[in-house]
Design a protein around this ligand. Sequence first.
Ligand code: NDP
Length: 425
Amino acid sequence: MRPNTQASKHRSSHDTEREFGGALGAICIPIFLPLTVLFLICMSRSPHASVLQWPPPLPSSDELWDPMAPVLLLGWIALHALLYLTPLGKVSEGLVLRDGTRLKYPINGFHGLCISGVLLMLFLGLGSPLGHLFELLLPLAVCAIVVSFLLSVYLYVRSFWAPPHALALGGNTGNPLYDFFIGRELNPRIGNFDLKYFCELRPGLIGWVVINLGMLMKEVELRGSPSLAMILVNSFQLLYVADALWNEEAVLTTMDIVHDGFGFMLVFGDLAWVPFTYGLQAVFLVVHPQALSSLGAATIIALNGIGYYIFRKSNSQKNQFRRDPTHPSVARLETIATATGKRLLVSGWWGLVRHPNYLGDLLMALAWSLPCGFSHLLPYFYVIYFTVLLIHREARDERHCRAKYGLAWDAYCRRVPYRIFPYIY
Ligand code: NDP
């Protein structure tokens, strides 16, 4: 097939919009974020754990490379690719694409989590030193960053063979750096294997909880038993990952799958950023043990529980409404009509704020950091970063919704004035 260099002739109005700082962002982010991952890992493991220490202590080349790391990382990705292809679970259809077709997706990520869990227990039973992941973190992160770059180059090049309707509306600006970063092709597939959907929730997300377990095992090696703080961080984050995989079908209606192309931004986020920065609290706790009172632990568990409840209920309510607005659980909610034929919820969770799911997510993020105490800022990296991410994401979503729903969206905003935090923002 000849590469499709004519795609720029098929642009829509979305194509000229540039996100994440446009071309400048597309140059800076792929340099800055990988360095940030390595910096944060180094800092979390250092005795000072100070983000303000300047110049930061640089790791030696020995610390950055270990031949085990590529073997483990590629083996892990291959295992999950295999589990993806196993005929477990149901097959669901995604939303209707621009050419009128719908893609099919296997809903078996939760099976992948359970099978990896059983395999891990088996390895642990055989005496595998899972705590060694603590020493391997930097080399593993380096490999994940290299894999992210290689995969993004592959995705960019292959996108020139994709038909115009298969390109993401925002990833086809003609600026190679920006398009490489934001992603040209919407749903790149090798046969039936959907690369974006695979990366979104599997190797990185499940890898994150395995790294956490490795940190817990390191604590056991060092101090004989895991601390309460470490158990809480592991349990909260396992719940979050298990929930995402249990509700895997919901990812089919998210911005990442429906709107964004698959380029460096998502590849790096899925394979390097999430597994190596979301669990920094566990890394931090290995070197900085924290004593947690029962009352403190109970308060943190309650906060995580409230956050989870809001997050789950609001996400489920919208998913149910979008899949079947006549379902008894959503049929009695108040809605407003839009010119597209779709309706918007204006009562229930989506009548409280315009993004109740983000509110719940942020409460959980705070609960994950609190077990690390108040002596350092570093374990709060996730909640700070995540607040910025969700405020930015909310603004992006708002732009898309205003373009899609016009006056109806304005009416919704008047009816529900707060975006994420009731009476604050
Ligand atoms: P959302 O689930 O918030 O979906 C936004 C879409 O919902 C809109 O584009 C619109 O799409 C629809 N919508 C908005 N308002 C209404 C309404 N009032 N009634 C009905 N439909 C409405 O998108 P995200 O993908 O951003 O978030 C999904 C979850 O993932 C969230 O819980 C978020 O916190 C989490 N998340 C976690 C991340 C992490 O790194 N941990 C990163 C990003 C997200 P339409 O009308 O077309 O259906």
